[in-house]
Design a protein. Structure first.
Ligand code: MD6
Ligand code: FE
Length: 170
């Protein structure tokens, strides 16, 4: 399941390249945002989520106060220099009591953390290589985004930022 630039329902190609592992994967195209059990490019199941990833996500969630987290999706985002993610809410999942666990690797990013309205003031949070965010509770549905990635060269990822988010889709 290669990285690919998906199309939003509005018809824009995302600057972030994406793929997934796990029983389900997050996709977008002209028909909308959703989770699928197959990769639309390969027509196969998404690659298995490595057990080491799964355990790391569960352990991080537990440390953040979420004891029952059993992720079935790992969405992998790859940002080249200049790529960004516009303000959005993550609401394609069924149970918003479940957190999202996010890992960042490679080039740093400025994460914008807002409120329940798109117009709410944004806090900037720097995410750097190795950062783990457990995101849930009252914050689960707040607007957030990633500002354009600045030029750089990371010893492990070169000119890229990689983000992995672990989710329970349904
Ligand atoms: C990113 N992350 O860090 C984009 N969403 O590249 C997200 O959009 C995100 O980190 C929900 C929960 C945690 C996240
Ligand atoms: Fe998000």
């Amino acid at each position: 399941s290669p990285f690919r630039h998906m199309t939003t329902p509005g018809g824009y190609d995302m600057s972030v390249a994406m793929t997934n592992c796990g029983n389900y994967g997050w996709v977008t195209d002209r028909r909308g945002y959703r989770y699928t059990d197959r990769d639309p490019i390969t027509q196969n199941c998404w690659p298995e989520m490595p057990n080491t990833f799964y355990q790391l996500a569960i352990n991080a969630a537990r440390e953040g106060g979420f004891d029952q987290f059993q992720p079935d999706v790992c969405l992998i985002n790859r940002y080249a220099v200049g790529a960004k993610m516009s303000l959005h809410q993550d609401k394609d999942e069924t149970d918003f009591a479940q957190p999202i666990v996010s890992l960042s690797f490679g080039l740093p990013a400025i994460f914008q953390f807002g409120g329940m309205l798109r117009s709410d003031t944004l806090k900037k949070v720097l995410l750097t290589h190795g950062d783990v965010v457990v995101w849930g509770g009252d914050s689960r549905l707040v607007y957030h985004g990633i500002l354009p990635i600045k030029d750089g060269d990371h010893r492990l990822t070169g000119p890229y930022r990689i983000n992995m988010t672990f989710r329970k889709s349904g």
